[in-house]
Design a protein around this ligand. Structure first.
Ligand SMILES: Cc1ncc(C[n+]2csc(CCOP(=O)(O)OP(=O)(O)O)c2C)c(N)n1
Ligand code: SF4
Length: 287
């Protein structure tokens, strides 16, 4: 059985004191301990950002890849070995900005991944510029003069539902109990699972604070939401300004991408490249 101690990461944590990323890391460790899936059956993939540092702080097989690119790398890992649980940790800038095309199409294809968006409404690592999820009016050092960000934020939950994700939830770093349950449900879901996680950035984002979320978040489950109704889920996804729903918006079953491809019987990870056949193919095509 995996213990929280065994998941202790190799490097010293450099996140700011009070950062919402601590709650996400703690919930991830707890979810992994409670699921009791073998340590070796996980791969964690992250992009670049404060969020992207998470593989350094947990003892799991990991791939810290380029900004905006964790979903394609995770898709490749899953295709090569579909028995793995492939987890993606990505920032809102990483996922809903540079990586948005990957996000939408992986959802549409129902790739069997669990995607956790560390949503703090800023590009934190690069010093707090407004991200695609920044609220309208958000002012940063690099934004236009007041009234700040001149557009509506990207709604990751709504995009995921419309694109075809088969599990869509919103968590909050300050609600550990719920976040652990959402992570476990996303990891064990067969298909593209998204958990958009509200994560205060105490250094750069003076609007989306712990107090802001504590005063506004409420549980969808306690409010009697039916997560099988896609239309209702979308309606809830647009409820944001007064009260902020957290929990499972939508959950369904659909065919996986990997089951619709005629992949060889031998998993791709076990394929041996026959260089002479490859050379013959190149010679035939090019020479
Ligand atoms: C290809 C590429 N584009 C841009 C950058 C610069 N960059 C590094 S981190 C980052 C944004 C991080 O914001 P987010 O993904 O929201 O993560 P956070 O730091 O807030 O966790 C950017 C734009 C980069 N490193 N590589
Ligand atoms: S800059 Fe923000 S997101 Fe990054 S570690 Fe500090 S508080 Fe966390």
């Amino acid at each position: 059985m995996i213990t929280v101690e065994a998941l202790e990461g190799p490097q010293k944590i450099t996140w700011c004191t009070g950062c919402g990323n601590y709650g996400i890391l703690a919930a991830l460790k707890k979810a992994i301990v409670e699921l009791d899936i073998s340590h070796e059956d996980y791969v964690l993939v992250s992009g670049i950002g404060c969020s992207g540092k998470i593989p350094h702080y947990i003892n799991l097989n990991s791939f810290h890849t380029l900004h905006g690119r964790p979903i394609p790398v995770a898709t490749g890992l899953h295709m090569a070995n579909k028995d793995l649980h492939v987890l993606v940790h990505t920032g809102d800038g990483d996922c809903l900005g540079e990586g948005m095309g990957h996000f939408i199409h992986a959802a549409r294809r129902n790739v069997d991944l669990a995607v956790f968006i560390h949503n703090n409404g800023v590009n934190a690592l690069t010093k707090g510029q407004f991200s695609p999820a920044a609220p309208r009016g958000y002012i940063s050092k690099t934004s236009p003069p007041p009234p700040g960000s001149p557009m509506e934020p990207v709604n990751g939950v709504a995009h995921a539902i419309v694109a075809g994700a088969t599990f869509v939830a919103r968590g909050y770093s300050g609600d550990q109990k719920m976040l652990v349950e959402l992570m476990k449900a996303a990891i064990t879901h067969r298909g593209f699972a998204v958990v958009d996680i509200l994560q205060p950035c105490v250094t750069w984002n003076r609007k989306l604070t712990w107090r802001y979320f504590n005063e506004r978040t409420y549980s969808l489950e306690e409010a009697g939401h039916d997560p099988t109704d896609r239309g209702l889920a979308l309606q809830k996804a647009f409820e944001y300004n007064g009260k902020i729903p957290i929990g499972i918006f939508y959950r369904t079953e659909a065919p996986l991408l990997i089951d619709g491809l005629s992949l060889p019987d031998v998993p791709l990870k076990d394929h041996v490249t026959d260089r002479s056949r490859l050379q013959a193919l190149i010679d035939d095509q090019i020479l």
